[in-house]
Design a protein around this ligand. Sequence first.
Ligand SMILES: [Zn+2]
Ligand SMILES: [Zn+2]
Length: 369
Amino acid sequence: MLNKSFKFLGWVCSIFLLILSITFITKEVSKETINNVPTNASSLSKVHFIDVGQGDAILIETDEHYMLIDAGENNQGTTVVNYLKELGIKKLDYVIGTHPHSDHIGGLDTVIYSFDIGKVIMPDVVHTTKTFEDVLDAISEKDLKITKAIAGTTYSLGTTSFTIVAPNGSDYDGLNDYSVGIKFVNGENSFLLTGDAEKLSETEMLHNGIDLSADVLKLGHHGSSTSSQEDFLDEVQPDYAVISAGVDNSYGHPHVETLQKLKDRNIEVFRTDLQNTIIFTSDGEHITVNKEPYSITQSDLSRATKNNSAKSAKDKSKNSGSTIVHITNTGRKYHVAGCRFLKVDIEVTLDEALAKGLEPCGTCKPPAK
Ligand SMILES: [Zn+2]
Ligand SMILES: [Zn+2]
């Protein structure tokens, strides 16, 4: 009799445990499913295209989470740090160095030393400049490591997210095509930021199966004609385009060809060179901007690129001690950043290049004295 009661008790206990474990498993499964469902949650997000002269520095903020993409030239590090501090930022969840050119990563070391940093994302390419080494030193001194950008990877930022869309290859002639491109999504709104990606990388993005459509496009390579090809613009179909460039820069950015393509497509244009810092606010459905769109004038479009660079070169000749050009160890020419002949890239001033007896490259047409 006693034996029978025990058996009964044992049976009740097993059933109870079975029910308990089923409930537990179901709970676990449903929790995971929720995590995997792409929530179309939206928050109030802001995307700041910070005016750093010729270069890029873009801050994205959402639910008090922050990420910074590039930080302008070396002398712009403090500008960027002060801008972030004024917003009360203490930690950057992500820092992206799109590619090793100084107009993108120059100020990054100063930024990395000044804030708590989550993840540092960079492309899988190295460079031999002091600027690049300074960034690596800052990363190692803060005990951080570099997360290599892998196209297709999605990261969350508060309730929003961003996906790496470039680079899609691992061997390019110029550093620009190594640029880390991201698509930031907040509910129905999206922003496509492509660093200095040129036509080759754009073509790869068009073929990698990622949805490139976006409300806002930061034009590749400061509005250069070597980026923003027609197919790419037609696939992204942005309502707004942002050009991050310096006033009267020696490269003639943005180029006439690019402005013409934007005008033909009725894309509203914002320019940091003429309008300073541009701030977009997105509530997940609507986007507002802190400035009126720039109206492209007839003279913008008739201005030949040739005249433009001649004029800039003249301006720069007053100032060749602070103009940066790029050279290799052995070459007889000096170049503009990103020129395809720059297998090794050493930054020097125009004066230094001229003192070495170097000639301007006929392909990339850097400023002359
Ligand atoms: Zn650049
Ligand atoms: Zn570049």
